[in-house]
Structures are given as structure tokens and as C-alpha cells.
Ligand binder design. Structure first.
Ligand code: NAP
Length: 239
């Protein structure tokens, strides 16, 4: 059993909820976040699990996650930047509102959550940041136009490599999981047949398969700057 403390954003649904539940089962203390986490009633507030409602696109939410981890457990070992939204649409039609919302959650959220965490990890001399991205960043698909997703998630891939180098000697690691299409509430059942066709392994991925990758990365102390593809082979080429 682990005695680590993790922050997990987007923990009310899908991948984030699966990650939070598994970390709790493995003994981690978890500071769990989503905008409507407490009303979602999917996790219980306990002395091991601390629920924080808030938008990661607002700086004070990110600051409060690190503060609560330290107040309640005295340590912070892992940040899982999972909260994210997909806003599809042609570039020429993309509205300012769509652009701002996708950048606020996906990109600003990374900055606001990760910076206070890293400030503490630096004094602690250890830590790990894992971010959930998408293989669409490097394998855009004809007809699946999602400029804002590529722009924001591409920045997260770049940040992972940049920060892995910047902090390599401090004990803080940065990795990203590049997901294919995963069976979560983000993808309604009517989309599944189409989404299966986007992977050489012609099925959707499962939340458990993302969780497996996260647990590997958290245990893999010599791995940093990695973009780990969990995407049914979609990054490998055409099929
Ligand atoms: N599912 C896929 O096929 C797929 C593929 C590639 C990458 N991903 C990435 O994986 C991550 C999780 O996706 P998912 O499929 O699990 O999605 P999901 O089921 O829709 O869950 C998204 C979670 O993020 C939270 N959230 C959204 N905006 C937020 C904000 N501004 N601040 C705080 N929390 C916020 C949501 O809760 P509230 O609404 O209560 O805030 C929810 O808990 C995302 O980053 C997504 O881009 C997913």
C-alpha cells in the first residue's frame, strides 16, 4: 500500500474518477477535484479523500488543491492533470467563446494546478506530474476538426518535455498519457462505432487501461518526458 498523496482533477467522471478510485484503493490520499464533484456523489469525503469543487481554469482552484494536500496530509507526490474538454469545430467557425473555454480548462488548468504543486515538490525534492492528452495532437484525422483540442493538448505535450528537462535534477518527473478514444461519458454510445474505427486495434480503450499506464508511470522512477500512447496503436501510422 502506498502512503503517497495525489491531486486528481476531473475526478467526477470517466478517466479521472477511475484514477481517483484506484489510487484510493492502493492507499494514496487523494485530493479530488471537479467543478461539481460534491454534488456528483461519486466519491465520499473521508480522511483519505478530500473533495474540492472548483474550475481548474481559475488560479485559486489550483492553489487550493496543493494547500489542501499539504494541510491534510503534509505531502504531495503526484498531480494528475486530467480535467479536460473537447470542443469540436472547423477552425474558420471556431468562436472566441469556444477558444477561451477549451484553453481555460485544458491549458490554463495545467498551469494553475501544476505551478503551486511544483513549487512545493521542489522544496520536498520529489514529485511527479502526469497529464492526460490525446493522440489527435500528432495524428489529426480528416473530418474530425478540433483546432482548440490540438492547440491546447499539443501545448501540454510540449510542456511535459520542457518541464521534464527543466526539473530533471530536482526529483520531479513529468509524463503524459496520450489517449485514444476511451469509453467514458465524454463519448456517447452512438459515437462508439465511428470511434472504434479510429484505432488499428478496432475497439475503444477502457478507463482501466489508462489507469494501468498511470500506475506504471508513477512507479517508473527513470521515466520522465515520456508521451506514453494508450491509443490502440493510433499513433503508429495509417491503417
Ligand atoms: N474519453 C476520451 O476518448 C479521451 C481521449 C483523449 C483524451 N481524453 C482526455 O482525458 C481527460 C478525461 O476525459 P474523460 O473522457 O474522462 O471526460 P469526462 O468523462 O467528460 O470527465 C471530464 C471531467 O473533467 C471535469 N472538468 C471539466 N472541465 C473542468 C474544469 N474546468 N475544472 C475542473 N474539472 C473539470 C468534469 O467534471 P465537472 O463537469 O463537474 O467539472 C469531469 O470530472 C480529458 O482531459 C480528455 O481531454 C479523453
Amino acid at each position: 500500500m502506498s502512503n503517497k498523496t495525489a491531486i486528481v482533477t476531473g475526478a467526477s467522471s470517466g478517466i479521472g474518477l477511475g484514477i481517483a478510485k484506484t489510487l484510493l484503493a492502493q492507499g494514496y490520499s487523494v485530493v479530488a477535484n471537479a467543478r461539481k464533484l460534491s454534488t456528483a456523489k461519486v466519491l465520499d469525503q473521508t480522511d483519505q479523500c478530500f473533495l474540492v469543487d472548483g474550475d481548474v481554469g481559475i488560479r485559486s482552484t489550483g492553489e487550493s488543491l496543493t494547500e489542501i494536500a499539504l494541510q491534510k496530509t503534509g505531502r504531495l507526490d503526484l498531480v494528475v492533470n486530467n480535467a479536460g474538454i473537447f470542443v469540436l469545430g472547423n477552425f474558420h467557425d471556431y468562436t472566441e467563446e469556444q477558444y477561451r473555454s477549451v484553453m481555460a480548462t485544458n491549458a490554463d488548468g495545467f498551469f494553475y494546478v501544476t505551478q503551486p504543486a511544483v513549487r512545493h515538490m521542489k522544496t520536498q525534492g520529489r514529485g511527479h506530474v502526469v497529464t492526460i492528452s490525446t493522440t489527435l495532437v500528432t495524428q489529426p484525422i480528416a473530418g474530425l476538426n478540433a483546432f482548440g483540442v490540438h492547440f491546447s493538448k499539443g501545448a501540454l505535450n510540449a510542456a511535459t518535455k520542457s518541464l521534464a528537462i527543466e526539473y530533471a535534477t530536482t526529483g520531479i518527473r513529468f509524463n503524459t498519457i496520450s489517449a485514444g478514444c476511451i469509453d467514458t461519458p465524454m463519448n456517447p454510445p452512438e459515437s462508439h462505432e465511428f470511434l472504434k474505427s479510429l484505432h488499428p486495434i478496432a475497439r475503444l480503450g477502457t478507463v482501466d487501461e489508462i489507469v494501468t499506464a498511470l500506475l506504471y508511470l508513477d512507479a517508473a522512477e527513470f521515466v520522465t518526458g515520456e508521451i506514453l500512447h494508450v491509443d490502440g496503436g493510433a499513433h503508429a501510422g495509417k491503417w
